[in-house]
Design a protein around this ligand. Structure first.
Ligand code: MN
Ligand code: MN
Length: 453
């Protein structure tokens, strides 16, 4: 079975390029989950979505959203059918691998102010050394005041970086395995070098003075903070033909953007359309903003209560049982330089469209939701009827490694679920690569899925 080429199924490439210009902007405005929620909310409000808390009775065609603690957003377009008859869900995640500041980050050594980090998600640590980083997030004061910090994204801002050893003195380092040459505690950020007038900790004190003056933050306030170091460089078109995108955080904001764009174009669907953009996928979908949180179930309960004026648990259980979901997450694309980790017949290829995985997991399909053949057939028909270019894949060779997504947690609710998403090169690197044709096909797939019965 030969893969189809997505570009050959696109009449007007200009439409794809314009669509991806919007996506590139989305990536650049959404380098953290909080920024992503804010930007998505702004786009959604302009497209007519309203905070569900401001609405009492839901009518078909109404567009609503709800935000969970600033880090997770869910959007819905109310269908003609009762929600108990099921909804069509596209779920993606908006957290990406990065470096978080430790709660007590600041110290000084060798005439430098430095910051300690704790990495978030699966990273190859060497990739985060000697690249420009922005510091983005919030510091919350004791009185609850939330202070937004964003240093590095404005042209006039300074940036941060992690030092790496010069090759001249790296002979010991070069002998080590990659896993041992760079440890978590080595990922220390260079943060200042002007001494203050203090006797003690004079380099550290300069940083504290700047934080006080610029943000009204004291040293202890950093304890109640979520500050993330993310790549400073912006997403760009890639290649002579500009056919691809290189950018940070495409896992999984590529599926978030395409799922959002698809739901924004839903008019009055038969079944309610839901787009869930989760936090914390990269560390196991845990916590109250992750996919395993009750927030999702609570939101569906709220939809039922506001559609029907009454609610009971059985109605909620029926809603899940009658629903279907695309768990939209990126997958591995065949890399011409690293072909040995993939099995060519069951791999995703750049430019062959949105990629489906019947299962993910590792070591004999462990820890995955394995979509039923019946559901795979149903989704296949939806895509073929809508002329979407798609491909079927597995993440790498059997026993080579593996990965997971939010799919299993949604499937556990008795929802028919399958993984699909855009294939990437350099997944989890500070600069990931996608094909514009695949991005566009993901959007087309989600649109067709929302319209399906
Ligand atoms: Mn992902
Ligand atoms: Mn990931």
């Amino acid at each position: 079975m030969e893969n189809k080429i997505a570009w050959e199924n696109i009449k007007d490439k200009k439409i794809v390029f314009r669509f991806c210009d919007e996506y590139i902007k989305y990536l650049n405005e959404s380098k953290t989950e909080r920024l992503c929620v804010n930007y998505t909310r702004r786009l959604a409000e302009n497209a007519g979505f309203k905070d569900i808390d401001s609405i009492n009775n839901l009518k078909p065609g109404m567009k609503v959203y709800k935000i969970n603690r600033g880090k997770n957003i869910v959007l819905a377009v109310v269908g003609k059918d009762d929600i108990e008859k099921g909804f069509n869900l596209v779920a993606a995640h908006i957290d990406s691998p990065r470096l978080d500041l430790k709660q007590i980050p600041l110290y000084e050594d060798s005439n430098l102010a430095m910051l300690k980090t704790h990495y978030y998600g699966g990273i190859k640590k060497y990739q985060w050394c000697a690249i420009p980083l922005s510091l983005i997030g919030v510091v919350v004061l004791e009185d609850g005041t939330v202070i937004d910090v964003n240093i590095g994204e404005a042209e006039s801002d300074p940036i941060f970086t992690i030092s790496d050893l010069l090759p001249h003195l790296a002979s010991d380092q070069m002998e080590k395995s990659l896993a041992k040459a760079f440890t978590g505690e080595d990922l220390n950020v260079v943060a200042g070098s002007i001494p203050s007038d203090c006797e003690k900790d004079k380099y550290k004190q300069t940083v504290i003075d700047i934080l006080k003056e610029k943000y009204q933050i004291g040293e202890e306030d950093l304890i109640s903070a979520e500050l993330e170091l993310v790549p400073n460089f912006n997403a760009r078109s890639l290649g002579f033909d500009s056919s691809m995108i290189a950018g940070y955080g495409q896992d999984d904001r590529v599926c978030a953007f395409t799922a959002y764009r698809a739901i924004a174009e839903v008019d009055v669907p038969e079944k309610t359309s839901i787009c869930f953009l989760a936090d914390k996928e990269e560390i196991g979908s845990v916590g109250n903003t992750g996919m395993k949180s009750k927030f999702f179930e609570n939101f569906v309960a709220l939809l039922i209560a506001k559609q029907k004026d009454r609610y009971n648990d059985y109605m909620l259980r029926c809603a899940f049982s009658n629903s279907m979901c695309l768990s939209s997450d990126v997958t591995c694309a065949m890399d011409p330089t690293y072909k040995s980790v993939s099995e060519p017949l069951n791999s995703a290829y750049i430019g062959c469209g949105v990629a489906f995985s019947k299962f993910t997991g590792a070591r004999g399909k462990s820890s995955t939701s394995d979509a039923s053949a019946e559901f795979v057939a149903k989704v296949r028909k939806i895509l073929n009827d809508a002329n979407v270019t798609w491909q079927m894949t597995e993440l790498g060779k059997v026993d080579q490694g593996g990965g997971g997504t939010v799919a299993q947690y949604i499937a556990n609710l008795d929802v028919d679920t399958i993984d699909c998403g855009v294939p990437l090169l350099s997944m989890h690197a500070p600069y990931e690569i996608s094909s514009k044709a695949d991005v566009y096909m993901a959007y087309k797939a989600y649109k067709a899925f929302y319209a399906a019965q």
